[in-house]
Design a protein around this ligand. Structure first.
Ligand code: SAM
Ligand code: SF4
Ligand code: F3S
Length: 470
């Protein structure tokens, strides 16, 4: 893709700010105070998109509610990664027929990854006639224009063209209060893992200009954000499309030079593109958290090949070993799929044995969910759900025992944490995170929120550590 085709022009973005002003004027003329409910599903990338939607709505004069019954405008910002996520959204869409009956002026929008799937937009067109606006991730930057179209014409609007995708800089955002922030450094995915829908709905890989990323991180640090996560489907291919010979480790090194007290994390990393240089840079940069989320998906080479992951078990283990060598105490997490089409029990147990061998601090575990349109969805899938569940339970058993063991090793030690909010445990009313992103429930007063501090770990279980300030 040519860079000039990837970047949305400043003129086009300025036009969107004009549509925002028109919508605001319309409400002012009606002496109305519009309220929006933005409900986001899925990954952090979608959360970051939700913050942009809220930024554009704030510019249109909206305030926010979490209750769709109170809202003049409801947005479901959806995820398509597994069938369950989609079913939830259709359920929520069904419920919105009632809120719209109560308030016929209510505008209902469906956006995000599901909206980009033709199968979904067709179904909404035919069977969910109360939905006014449907747009995919590619049209997010045009949201003010699309919304204006809905208000002006009162007709249903669908903006779901299939395209490679663009980059729109400078969209306003409403950030979450607190210490955590997310920065997308790239969009899209070129990897086409055979089970995954993301490349079909998020378009091709495109990297943001390094200066734009650096400026955004600088502003977040100055605004007091202390735990910043860089986002991309595969951050290790950051820069490959820029033609600058500037890659992810270069970006990390440059971000690390930004002065301040903060931590940088990133996700996700694809093992096929992770390099020793990345781990060396992580090791030497003080702001970069010594935590690595490196999804391996399967511990069996045949399954990895069918998944189109393009690395072997041995290569994955070599990366982990090198990373552990240069960063002793590195906290490791990963994503795993059990029950890929054609996977046998022995192959699933290879995944379990890899989990035992590596000793991950935590895992995100999924049972394979067929996504229509992907290569894997057409593969024979003879194992029953009950068999897959049995393998999955075994995996959880091994992982839970390991998490509990690793957490128990913290007890009695003093660790540095960032206090990030309140917890729901009255004996340990604060929530905090170690550099490795382990949860520590903490004794202490609310005045500690937002601070880095040393705490002594007094207890632990599979999911959390418990401690008190020293
Ligand atoms: N780009 C990231 C990567 O490659 O590590 C992953 C992004 S995906 C949104 C998050 C996780 O969802 C994947 O790592 C995978 O484990 C899981 N996933 C993706 N498609 C799936 C499917 N069809 N069924 C079950 N899990 C799936
Ligand atoms: Fe999906 Fe693979 Fe891309 Fe991750 S790298 S988003 S799993 S296709
Ligand atoms: Fe994220 Fe779900 Fe889309 S995981 S990229 S919101 S399909």
């Amino acid at each position: 893709m040519k860079r000039e085709n990837v970047l949305v022009s400043e003129d086009a973005l300025a036009r969107q700010r004009e549509f925002e002003a028109k919508i605001k004027e319309m409400f002012t003329a009606r002496e109305a105070h519009p309220v929006a409910c933005v409900d986001t599903f899925g990954c952090q990338q979608n959360v970051a998109d939700g913050q942009k939607l809220m930024g554009m709505l704030a510019d249109c004069g909206f305030t926010f509610t979490e209750d769709p019954k109170e809202a003049d405008l409801v947005i479901l910002n959806t995820c398509a990664v597994r069938e369950h996520a989609e079913q939830r959204v259709f359920g929520n869409l069904g419920i919105l027929t009632h809120t719209k009956k109560e308030n016929p002026e209510q505008v209902i929008c469906l956006c995000g990854c599901m909206a980009q799937e033709e199968r979904v937009s067709q179904r909404v067109k035919e069977s969910y006639r109360h939905v006014d606006l449907v747009f995919g991730p590619h049209a997010l930057w045009k949201f003010p224009e699309l919304l204006w179209q809905v208000y002006e014409t009162r007709k249903r609007v669908f903006a779901v063209d299939n395209e490679d995708g663009t980059i729109a800089e400078g969209i306003p955002v409403v950030l979450e209060k607190g210490v955590k922030a997310w920065v997308s450094i790239m969009y899209g995915c070129n990897n086409f893992c055979s089970y995954c829908i993301v490349p079909y709905v998020r378009g091709r890989e495109r990297s943001r200009d390094p200066q734009c990323v650096l400026q955004e991180v600088r502003e977040l640090v100055e605004a007091g954000y202390k735990d910043i996560t860089l986002l991309g489907q595969n951050v290790n291919s950051y820069g490959n499309d820029l033609g600058l010979d500037y890659h992810f480790p270069d970006l990390l090194e440059d971000i690390d030079k930004i002065p301040g007290e903060y931590l940088i994390r990133f996700m996700s990393s694809h093992p096929k593109d992770a390099t020793n240089r990345l781990f060396d840079v992580m090791a030497k940069c003080p702001h970069v958290a010594k935590q690595l989320h490196l999804p391996f998906q399967s511990g069996n080479d045949r399954v990895l090949k069918e998944m189109n992951r393009r690395y072997t078990r041995e290569q994955y283990l070599a990366e982990i070993n090198y990373a552990k060598k240069v960063m002793p105490g590195l906290v490791l997490t990963s994503d795993v799929i059990i029950g890929f089409p054609g996977e046998t029990e022995a192959e699933a147990m290879d995944t379990v044995s890899l989990v035992e061998e590596v000793g991950f601090d935590a895992l995100f575990t999924f049972i394979y969910s067929p996504r229509p349109g992907t290569k894997a969805a057409a593969m024979p899938d003879p194992a029953t759900r009950a068999e897959k569940q049995k393998w999955f339970d075994k995996l959880l058993e091994v992982q839970n025992a390991n998490s509990a063991k690793l957490h128990a090793a913290y007890v009695g030690k003093t660790v540095r944490v960032l206090v990030d909010g309140e917890s729901d445990d009255e004996n340990f009313p604060l929530s905090s995170r170690t550099e490795g992103n382990r949860l520590v429930r903490l004794k202490g007063g609310k005045d500690l929120i937002g601070k880095f501090m040393d705490v002594k770990v007094t207890d632990s279980n599979t999911w959390a550590l418990y401690g008190e300030p020293v």
